[in-house]
Design a protein around this ligand. Sequence first.
Ligand SMILES: Cc1cc2nc3c(=O)[nH]c(=O)nc-3n(C[C@H](O)[C@H](O)[C@H](O)COP(=O)(O)OP(=O)(O)OC[C@H]3O[C@@H](n4cnc5c(N)ncnc54)[C@H](O)[C@@H]3O)c2cc1C
Length: 305
Amino acid sequence: MALTPEQEAEIEALRASPRPTLRAVSEGMEAHMYRAHPVLDHGFVRVIDYMGDDAAICQAARVSYGKGTKSVSNDEGLIRYLMRHWHSTPFEMCEVKFHVKLPIFVARQWIRHRTANVNEYSARYSILDREFYIPRPEHLAAQSTANAQGRGEVLEGEEAERVLEILKSDAARAYEHYEEMLSQEGGRKGLARELARMNLPANIYTQWYWKIDLHNLLHFLRLRADSHAQYEIRAYAEVICGIVRDWVPLAWAAFEDYRLGGATLSARALDCLRRMLAGETVTEESSGMSKGEWREFRALFPGQG
Ligand SMILES: Cc1cc2nc3c(=O)[nH]c(=O)nc-3n(C[C@H](O)[C@H](O)[C@H](O)COP(=O)(O)OP(=O)(O)OC[C@H]3O[C@@H](n4cnc5c(N)ncnc54)[C@H](O)[C@@H]3O)c2cc1C
């Protein structure tokens, strides 16, 4: 994993000087503080700071419900109730700040999540490192025939070798030209960094600080830790899932149950389910659903009829 020696020294210095605090701390999250989790070939995710824990979610909810929370007096029950009823603002009381190193094409997908605060490495100000994401052979797959937005079978043999060679040599050539354009050797002026970066490929790595509240982070994870998300962003989302599990175990368990593991049914799907439970044989034709809806509905009950 490509932490620079300066970053490693900074992390070590911070880990070596813990400070006492009166704030709520999550023991699980403390273990992640200033630890870089490797992702892909040169990337990482590390927790820089956080605020709140499971208790903070309940504390905020109890402000709004007052005595009404007596019926759900334990934290686990209250958090499950909030998640089940989409009562989202108590989850916004928890925040987390990550340092992420990621390829630019992953960053383009990630930045679409507008509900975070971002500060990115400036390639106008600094020179980008010679680090490019090169997929491992098992992730080098052909265009999917079933899904226009996905991958199918893994490439093999000569084709796979040739693709890898193109990826590596194009990256190397682009970086050499980048350095050449920036160079001030031999009395040259050197092209400005903000322009020289133009022809670098989208698999070069960038870095950012990314701060988000728990509600919006869970929304991000629901979309990006999902099998429909591209493998490369999913790899980051899955690491973050592990961090959230340790940070707010009760909220994570409720999220896993209601969102990741749960399903939303349309009125038509619900009607079909009721008819099926009553013994009727419902088919795609009699369901009133489109082909795609029916396929997704049936996938919820594999092996049933
Ligand atoms: C599998 C997958 C495929 C995708 N394919 C494409 C694609 O082909 N092309 C493409 O362009 N994008 C694509 N996206 C991106 C997707 O459309 C969303 O832009 C992205 O997932 C961010 O979701 P979001 O807007 O809900 O998140 P956030 O920006 O974090 O917003 C969270 C929620 O806040 C609210 N919100 C935030 N900002 C606003 C606002 N300005 N106005 C109104 N409400 C707001 C919305 O309710 C939103 O759901 C894809 C995403 C996934 C997961």
